[in-house]
Design a protein around this ligand. Structure first.
Ligand SMILES: Cc1cc2nc3c(=O)[nH]c(=O)nc-3n(C[C@H](O)[C@H](O)[C@H](O)COP(=O)(O)OP(=O)(O)OC[C@H]3O[C@@H](n4cnc5c(N)ncnc54)[C@H](O)[C@@H]3O)c2cc1C
Length: 431
């Protein structure tokens, strides 16, 4: 089976590895002429680690500079007071099966690229897809006019997906959320130069710190083996409607947080150039599949990054699609039967992934309510509820609700996909 994947982001690469693991032939088409280290840090929650472990890449993660997070801390914006601690380390593995990592996005992407190349994928850079056809032998047309065909085409082309609009047959931009992110990385030396014991404690604890306050929050964690740090600042959007990213004004950024925790302000002052990203999301898209073409990742379920699950969900999508295609390929007795089965397999993929990824889109919105709450009675009640979190009992806030977190982070996507495929085989055998 030949699979063309449009987009060399984390979702497309995961799909490529999953397909290659199943013995399928993979071509990846990426518009960018080269991979640039954009996007700063990224969190890899345990459900994504599970997939990387299935690919045999967990050990490589640490060699690529990923750090296993000890705890995740929620802090009060004004003074840095700790409001709740989600225990990491062994407890994370006990509860969810796998560790929680943080990594530089470029290191993550490079690790996956090395793996697809090692397994023989045909990766073409500077290959922008401008058109697609949907029949039993679907094709893509590149900007240079070249036409390529495959058995299945996967649109992993991100938030501003061209393939999404082709699948739907009409323009369908994502919805602006009203928030934007400043994001950047800087060196440990910059932080050590403050010689501030509070800053030193924060940079030496291998933890993720999240300060939450009215209308804004900040997330901070180490990357590159602790030699660099990642900072993301989230605030109300003031970019013009329709803008995607823009160079940020450092003074504007600093003044947005000038009444926040003094230790955090020192950390913020290390960012000497900054990009602003408009944050968009999308509520359940009507369809992810047309004929032999399927979407995955941000192309079909972009979310606010307030649950650190966007890429994790894209990585899960890719894994599921590869397993389903691989098993369909193995279990069809000839090419004609496989062709007949593919639309039903792609529908199965869509039904499996829609419900799971909607949990993330909605959960990220609920986290915004919790993170960005104005000071007052409701905020005091929130802080009291968070102070009582035991990680055994339910909590009204999903961030501290072990039941919710087990479903999100402990989900065994590989077992679940195989179970659903077995049911599908049983169903097909009956008709
Ligand atoms: C501030 C911020 C912080 C985040 N933090 C986290 C986090 O901690 N953890 C997490 O799991 N997620 C996080 N996310 C979400 C995560 O970044 C995305 O969900 C994820 O990167 C989506 O991956 P993707 O492969 O679907 O798309 P992308 O990474 O956008 O990849 C799409 C690729 O397709 C290519 N492409 C586009 N159009 C074409 C075309 N026509 N032809 C060929 N190629 C094309 C693009 O160049 C790109 O390389 C965060 C997001 C933001 C904004």
């Amino acid at each position: 089976m030949k699979v063309i994947i449009v987009g060399c982001g984390l979702g497309g690469l995961s799909c490529a590895i999953s397909c290659l693991k199943e013995g399928l032939q993979v071509t990846i088409l990426e518009r960018a002429p080269e991979i640039l280290p954009v996007g700063a840090g990224i969190q890899i929650p345990p459900n994504a680690t599970r997939v990387l472990n299935y690919y045999g890449l967990e050990e490589q993660l640490e060699k690529s500079g990923a750090i296993r997070i000890e705890d995740r801390l929620l802090r009060r914006y004004s003074d840095g007071r700790i409001l709740c601690i989600r225990p990491g380390g062994k407890k994370m593995v006990e509860d969810f099966g796998f560790p929680y990592y943080v990594i530089h996005r470029a290191d993550y992407q490079n690790l996956l690229i090395e793996e697809v190349l090692r397994q023989g994928a045909d990766l073409r850079m500077g290959a922008e897809v401008v058109d697609v056809t949907f029949g039993a032998s679907p094709t893509v047309t590149l900007r240079n006019g070249q036409i390529l065909d495959a058995d299945v085409i996967v649109g992993a082309d991100g938030l501003w997906s061209h393939l999404r609009e082709q699948v739907l047959g009409h323009p369908n931009p994502p919805e602006e959320t009203g928030d934007l992110a400043y994001r950047g990385t800087f060196s440990r030396t910059q932080l050590e130069n403050f010689q501030d014991p509070i800053v030193d404690a924060i940079i030496n604890d291998n933890k993720q710190h999240l300060w939450m306050g009215p209308g804004k929050h900040c997330s901070f964690y180490p990357v590159r083996g602790g030699t660099e740090f990642n900072l993301v600042l989230l605030r109300p959007d003031n970019l013009p409607a329709g803008a995607r990213t823009a160079a940020g004004d450092v003074l504007e950024m600093r003044s947005t947080f000038d009444d926040w925790d003094p230790a955090l302000q020192k950390i913020i002052s290390c960012m000497d150039s900054v990009l602003k990203w408009k944050l968009c999301h999308m509520h359940e898209l009507d369809t992810w599949v047309k004929g032999h073409v399927a979407l995955l990742g941000d192309a079909c379920h972009p979310s606010l990054p307030y649950q650190a699950q966007g890429a994790a969900m894209a990585v899960e999508d890719g894994c599921v699609l590869g397993i389903l295609l691989g098993r369909a390929n193995r279990e069809s007795s000839n090419a004609a039967e496989l062709r007949r089965n593919l639309p039903s397999i792609l529908d199965l993929y869509e039904s499996l992934r829609k419900s799971r990824t909607t949990v993330n889109v909605k959960g990220s919105i609920r986290n915004r309510t919790m993170f960005h709450m104005p000071d007052g009675e409701e905020q005091r009640a929130r802080d009291e509820a968070l102070a009582k979190v035991t990680w055994k009992e339910p909590c009204v806030w999903q961030w501290g609700d072990i039941g919710y977190l087990k479903k999100l982070n402990g989900f065994d996507v590989i077992k679940d996909t195989n179970r659903v495929f077995d049911q599908w085989v049983g169903h097909v055998a009956k008709i």
